[in-house]
Design a binder for this molecule. Sequence first.
Ligand SMILES: *Cc1c(COP(=O)(O)O)cnc(C)c1O
Length: 393
Amino acid sequence: MSDHHLSTLAIRAGQVRTHEGEHSEPIFTTSSYVFRNAAEAAARFGETAKGNIYSRFTNPTVRCFEERLAALEGGAACVGTASGMAAILATCMALLKSGDHIVCSDSVFGSTIALINRYLVKFGVEVTYVRPDSNDAWRNAVKDNTRLFFLETPSNPLSVIADIRAIADIAHAHDVVFVVDNCFCTPALQKPFELGADIVIHSATKFLDGQGRCVGGAVVGNAQLVGTDVFGFIRSAGPSMSPFNAWVFLKGLETLELRMRAHSAAALELAQWLEGQTGITKVHYAGLESHPQHALARSQQSGYGGIIAFDVERGREGAWAFIDATRLMSITANLGDTKTTITHPASTTHSRITPAERERAGITEGLLRISVGLENIDDLKADLTAGIKAVRG
Ligand SMILES: *Cc1c(COP(=O)(O)O)cnc(C)c1O
């Protein structure tokens, strides 16, 4: 199906109908599989014959999701995981050994940093954090034992854009595996493999589901790194995706392109509108002409996504007054939902880092982040207007 467009692949790729002729994808709720005879069982266990053995390894509903997401990203192999964090853990466990070094963007998801600093380092993995938008920082951080680059772009919550092509060239000049967490854009807006990435990570919990229902993740890449190495870890260690969740994500993928275009259009309109409001001192959104990397974002993304951050006057007091005055938006740290969400990063998602680290990262006390959903835009503007009035006191 690889000559089809993204929206077609998102609806059709990966489906194999059973003898029942079902139109929609079925959910295979089975933990194990039956062999026709003893020789077939031996062949499957001996890996001389392909086929299902046990749902920790493979499951037809999960496989349908994996093949569909692989088709959307343009990767040869995909492994579904129990969460986005399980996808990152599986990638690190499969590809790294004691004594290896990671270069990681300093603006990645908080649990990614916790995973590296609290656990991977315990097993002798070294890490250097770099500013994602400084190509020199990536280049200068490379050491003889560097094995992996880890990047998220756009960054959360400030939409800092990293140059995927340039960082891929640096990685490949040093035989380093380049991993991109594509959670914020999804393949509907950004195709990291076309820009040089080796592995793409997803938290399916966010825009792939798009409706806030299930936790899951995925790793996409080539047959060796992902199809063999990452799959081997999942098979042995067990953070596999459940078939029910895979089915929910399949239904989410069917509307992915429509939703991502709608999230992007609404977020751009709201970001431009927010920029003109008194009480709001700065808006961070890569779709704005005022964003320092607007041109780079335009060159590697086909849309700017649904996440906006903005600074309000009066610091934390102003930010909390804003949140508490809203009625429609959900006060929750989750993102990538049809429901618009609002959060105060300094006291929630970024509360566990020190004030000095927050300041360096640009997470001010007056910063708010919204994940723009698919409600009517005039209703969202009315809700934001109530917040703006409350900031001004
Ligand atoms: C949420 C998120 C993750 C972790 O995914 P879970 O499904 O919550 O485990 C990883 N990366 C990014 C960018 C995220 O937003």
